[in-house]
Every structure is written in C-alpha cells, then in structure tokens.
Design a protein around this ligand. Structure first.
Ligand code: ATP
Length: 235
C-alpha cells in the first residue's frame, strides 16, 4: 500500500533520513521504533509531504506521491495524528471533528462519521460542546485520533500517541487503535518510543537508528530479539 524507497530527507544541510526503505501492506499495523532524534517523526513528515525527500521515492497504491502537496496526500487517504496532539484548543470537540472533514465533499456522510467516532470514544460525545483546550491529555489524544478519522483515511499515521499519558489511558488508546484497524480496515503506521506496547500491538516493526532502518521483522520476533530487548525494552 505504501512504499518508501531509499528516502533521503534533509533539514538544510542536516540529513535526517538516510536511504530509508519501508513497505506497508494494506490492513497491517506496522510500527517504527527508535530512540529520540532517530528520524521517526521526519519519516512521517516525509510521507505527508511536509518535509519531502530530496532523494528516493514514496508510492501509495502504486502511484508516486513524494512530489504532491500535503493536502493532495490527505485527499488520497493518508492522514497523520501529529506528536503532541495539536488539536484546536479554542474550538469545541465537535468543531475540531468537523475540521477533520474539511477536505471532504460528502457532507451528508459526515454526520454518520461523527457517530462512528463517538462510538469509539464515548467520552468525546459527553464533552462535545467543551473546548478542546480544556480536555485532559488522554481526551485530547482521543480527539486528535478522531479528528484524523473524520478524513476517512485508508492509512493512518500516528506519531507517539502514548506520549505523556498514564499507563491505563495508553492501554485504552492502543486498544482503540487495534479496533480502528480491525473494524474500519484502516491500515496503521505507528511511530513510538514505547517499543514494548507498540510491538505488542503491531504485526510488523521497523527499528530506526540515526536516520537508518537497522532492523525489520515481525513484531513478535522483534520483541524476542536480544538487541531490541536491550536497547528499547530495558531488559
Ligand atoms: P523524537 O522521538 O524526539 O520525536 P524522532 O525519532 O522523531 O525523535 P526526528 O524528530 O525525526 O526524530 O529528528 C531526526 C533528526 O532531525 C534529529 O537529529 C533532529 O534534531 C533533526 N531535526 C528534526 N526536526 C528538525 C528541524 N526542523 N530542523 C533541523 N533539524 C531537525
């Protein structure tokens, strides 16, 4: 469904991604793990067209997308939930969700999708008229995921959804990510520093170090890999 081939992305003269090759099949949950500054966020930003690669190729369903604008990429069905959630704090929950559907023309179906996200996260329905900025961290993460779902993505990119959240909330959010994958059939690419949780959830995983992919395997194999256990699981 998505293929990054020898992607090289720079910030000025600094090369953040070095020959990154990643394949994601339709229906999978794939995780990208790695330390702080490894290049995980840059990988997502490159897919979204925000920091396009200087070299290499990104293809979605067989078509090259690495020269498209971010909004064209969203229209193709790729949507990102950025790190730090970045919801609109001065807008209500419902207004935030409507912003997620901004690029859609099928206004009639949007109401049905609001019900779909309220089914996934009932707490958001209870808080529908509350301003985004007044929600708890976990609720803001739920809102950020829901806002992305309102764009009806086929591929959902999640950047560290567990960041700064309590363990119980993380568990809840990861369960819902699984549900979105199983019930909506949405393909998931999950960037995480919480390697243990991410590998337990994913089908396959990639490990990134200093802008390079150093390992790729089934998530269960990575969980059992000595190098991964030492470096990322603290075992
Ligand atoms: P984190 O978990 O901290 O978000 P990451 O794995 O997502 O880390 P990136 O944020 O992609 O890593 O950063 C990769 C490299 O690119 C780092 O060396 C970082 O300092 C650098 N970098 C990221 N954003 C910029 C920027 N806007 N300008 C210059 N360098 C940047």
């Amino acid at each position: 469904m998505l293929r990054l081939q020898n992607v090289q992305t720079y910030y000025g003269n600094i090369q953040a991604l070095k020959d990154v090759t990643i394949d994601i099949e339709e229906g999978e949950i794939v995780t990208l793990i790695g330390a702080n500054g490894a290049g995980k966020t840059t990988t997502l930003m490159s897919i979204c067209g925000i920091t396009p690669p200087r070299k290499g190729e990104i293809a979605f369903k067989g078509s090259r997308i690495h020269q498209l604008k971010p909004e064209q990429i969203v229209k193709l069905g790729i949507c990102q939930v950025p790190e730090g959630r970045r919801i609109f704090p001065g807008m209500t929950v419902v207004e935030n969700l409507e912003m997620g559907a901004f690029l859609r023309n099928d206004k009639a179906a949007i109401k049905g999708d609001l019900d779909m996200v309220f089914d996934l996260f009932p707490i958001l329905e209870q808080r529908r008229t509350q301003l985004g900025g007044t929600l708890s961290g976990g609720e803001q993460q739920m809102l950020a995921i829901s806002r992305a779902l309102m764009a009806r993505p086929r591929l959902l990119l999640l950047d560290e959804p567990s960041l700064g959240l309590a363990p119980l909330i993380i568990q809840q959010i990861f369960e819902i990510i699984k549900k979105i994958n199983k019930e909506n059939g949405t393909t998931i690419f999950l960037v995480e520093q919480n390697a243990n949780q991410a590998l337990k959830l994913a089908d396959r995983g990639y490990v990134m170090e200093n802008g390079r992919i150093t390992l790729v395997d089934k998530a269960s194999a990575l969980l059992a890999n000595d190098e991964v256990r030492k470096a990322y699981l603290g075992l």
